[in-house]
Design a protein around this ligand. Structure first.
Ligand code: GLA
Length: 732
């Protein structure tokens, strides 16, 4: 049993294979957080909590005049606003009398076999065949001292995955409406320790750059109020010891399965304690709960590693690849694709697309994706969005004719949609201007010439879904790219009364999930790729519906090194949409060898995004062999263990990463020369994930596994910028 209950001590200990988490109901009914870290003895860790008279940190009424009992100094599992704990809180409720102060007390608990689910929200699951080991659910119920609502804290304990999930349900059991102003999904209090906070910041075409800063007094936060998880910050953070490296040391991951506004914060308090929280961003959020109703906060996934950041990433990689992504494409080899966007942008007709596909099929490409520009009046991004009917005039043929001709080549066919978007210059807007999100009496801000539809509204979603299904049902389509090309603004829903406008942003996200779920169940064979101007909605929430996400609109292989490196901290290789594009690169003008572009794209879902007609004969031959090579490495890359060997921001000459099969019998080392130093120092690379006492072949030479891992392999002196090496290492 992964949940150990000590009733006499009111102690709840959650254990995974390597980590442990503990809570305790204290003498006043407050749920203390007493431990998170390495799995160790099941012991009452509340002995670590010290009590002292804390000036200006008051005492709850129940504690009488016990001046050494102060919530402001205690490690708590779910701290509420106005309880006398002045740190960042996990819950803020507006009571019927307009006040906000809330105190929570332990009420009850329940243990269930298996992992809980959340209605309408993504959640990690275990497969039915038992291969992922066991999972248990603990639900602890707290009640506010005014007896209006319950806070049900959900814990999913997945032993073999080394993962603990949390979620929260707030249940109004009173006779009056209450309003949530803030409900964080997870909060962890650390009594002591000096930590670094790792976050992933960026912008459009430069997503998920790593930032590591010491946690210092005050509140450090990241988040999004853009309606999506955003290019700017990612809903994933790591808290580590100051000395933690890729390979060694303690670190904790906190990942939110949510695709909208979020907040991630770390607070170092007056007593040098550290609190981290993550959940829906409170800025754009209020939620009315009617008597008898509940609100579910999205799931957060917590992991601990004692072997550095690399191990922490591999915990998330496995769980997200195998226990978050769903559908047949989770295990089936995904097709190598050619996407039309950077090849022809809006400038195509049906024949041109089919010609591209013909050329691509000769190279071994398996899926042709028709990107933006096939619908409505859409020759540029200024019009047509929302009109999901095929522009046969532009294509010069029907969609079925394109699909049939592509299928006749033995290829699959895919198509681009931006379901949430609407141009004012569209039939849809002319017919339903009120469906676009905008505030009555205020001119909305546009972005990429477009507005967004009010996806919080079921009628709007139903219409768009029916339009999309009409297209999908009209011919054979095996892949759908779901894009979103702007941030939300002017958040307002015509379907909500004034006092509930604070629900619109979250309802929008629920609406996106609802429609994705419907697509997922109606088209179980279809591969859906998420996208938001590249990686603007690259989060664990989306992965529940779309097993891959276009990682960035920056297709430059060298830029992609740091984007994919940053992404790899929280997300598996199999989720990172990555393509070989033309040279010089469209975004940077950089010239890189096609060998290197393929090495980077292979460390993702792999495909091409160019017009194959523009390639030389020699390049085409290279592409043929790249596709064959990728297929031969597929299992190793997509399901193997991934190791970051260097950081592209600091790599001295070669930047390297590696894949190792889980049984250690095979590995692939990839290195890209980032800096050239004539007459430079030598460069060595220690391999990972091999078996110490096995012998391996590298370029025909035999090496003991321990030697390759402990002393490493010399890399050749790089002779040209951006050249690259792929080295296959096999057990003899
Ligand atoms: C976004 C996507 C691109 C492409 C364009 C089409 O920017 O990220 O891949 O689909 O939209 O407009």
């Amino acid at each position: 049993m992964a949940i150990i209950l000590d009733k006499t001590k009111s102690l709840f200990t959650l254990q995974t294979d390597h980590s442990m988490y503990q809570m305790k109901k204290d003498r006043y009914g407050v749920l203390l957080h007493t431990y998170f870290g390495k799995r160790g003895s099941v012991f009452d860790y509340s002995y670590l909590v010290t009590y002292a008279d804390r000036g200006f940190s008051g005492n709850p009424y129940d504690a009488g005049n016990e001046r050494s009992y102060s919530l402001d100094a205690l490690p708590q599992e779910y701290p509420a606003y106005g309880s006398g704990d002045y740190r960042t809180s996990a819950l803020k409720v507006r009571y019927p009398d307009g006040s906000f102060s809330c105190e929570l007390k332990f009420k009850d608990f329940e243990i269930q076999e298996g992992k809980y689910n959340l209605p309408g929200l993504p959640a990690i699951y275990l497969s039915d065949d038992g291969t992922d080991g066991r999972a248990d659910t603990l639900i602890i119920t707290l009640e506010d001292t005014r007896r209006l609502f319950y806070v049900h804290l959900y814990y999913g304990v997945m032993e073999n995955l080394d993962l603990i999930t949390r979620a929260v349900r707030i249940e109004n059991h009173s006779e009056a409406d209450i309003y949530l102003e803030n409900v964080q999904s997870a909060c962890i209090d650390f009594l002591h320790g000096s930590f670094d906070l790792h976050t992933f910041y960026g912008r459009h075409v430069k997503e998920r750059t790593c930032q590591r800063t010491p946690v210092s007094h005050g509140i450090q936060s990241i988040g999004s109020t853009r309606g999506t998880s955003s290019h700017q910050y990612n809903p994933f953070l790591i808290l580590s010891d100051r000395t933690t490296t890729e390979e060694t040391g303690n670190c904790f991951g906190l990942s939110l399965l949510y695709s909208g506004d979020f907040l991630g914060a770390a607070e170092h308090d007056q007593y040098n304690q550290t609190r981290v929280l993550m959940g829906i961003h409170p800025d754009n959020f209020t939620w009315r709960i009617k008597p008898g109703d509940s609100f579910f906060a999205p799931e957060a996934a917590l992991a601990w590693s004692g072997n550095g950041l690399g191990q922490l990433s591999r915990i998330y990689h496995r769980a997200y690849r195998d226990n978050l992504c769903r559908g047949i494409w989770k295990t089936k080899r995904r097709p190598v694709l050619l996407n039309s966007w950077e090849g022809v942008y809006f400038d195509f007709n049906g024949d041109k697309l089919v010609e591209m596909a013909q050329e691509a099929s000769k190279l071994g490409v398996e899926l042709f994706v028709m990107d933006d520009g096939w619908f409505g009046k859409r020759d540029l991004d200024v019009s047509g969005l929302g009109d999901w009917f095929v522009n046969e005039e532009k294509l010069g043929c029907t969609l079925a004719s394109i699909s049939e001709r592509i299928h006749a080549l033995g290829m699959k066919f895919g198509i681009w949609f931006e379901p949430e978007g609407i141009n004012e210059d569209s039939e849809l807007y002319r017919n339903h201007p009120d469906w676009a999100m905008q505030i009555p009496g205020k001119a909305p801000s546009r972005s990429r010439y477009q507005l967004l539809l009010d996806f919080s509204r079921e009628d709007v979603r139903e219409y768009i879904l029916s339009q999309i299904c009409q297209v999908l049902d009209s011919t054979e389509i095996e892949y759908l790219k779901w894009d979103l090309n702007r941030s939300l603004s002017d958040i307002y829903s015509a379907a909500l009364p004034a006092e509930r406008q604070g629900e619109a942003a979250h309802r929008y996200v629920l609406g996106v999930y609802d429609m994705l779920e419907k697509l997922h169940s109606r088209y179980p064979g279809m591969l859906i790729e998420g996208c938001s101007g590249g990686g603007g909605r690259f989060d664990a929430g989306m992965l529940y519906y779309t097993p891959q996400i276009w990682c960035s609109d920056d297709t430059d292989a060298i830029e992609r090194l740091s984007i994919q490196y940053g992404t790899s901290f929280g997300y598996p290789i199999s989720t990172m949409g990555s393509h070989v594009s033309k040279c010089p690169n469209e975004q940077t003008g950089r010239i890189t060898p096609i060998h290197t572009r393929a090495a980077v794209a292979m460390s993702g879902t792999f495909g091409y995004e160019l017009d194959p007609h523009e390639m030389t004969r020699e390049e085409k031959e290279t592409v043929k062999s790249q596709i064959e090579e990728f297929k031969s490495y597929y299992e190793l890359i997509q399901y193997g263990d991934y190791y970051r060997l260097t950081n592209p921001a600091t790599a001295e000459s070669w930047h390297s990463w590696q894949f190792a099969s889980s049984d250690g019998s095979e590995a692939l080392l990839i290195s890209v020369a980032l800096k050239i130093h004539p007459n430079g120092p030598g460069c060595w690379c220690r391999l990972k994930g091999l078996k110490e006492d096995s012998t391996y072949l590298v370029n025909g030479e035999a090496y003991p596994g321990d030697v390759l891992m402990n002393t490493g392999l010399p890399l050749p002196a790089a002779t040209a910028e951006y050249e690259s090496i792929r080295l296959h290492i096999t057990e003899k």
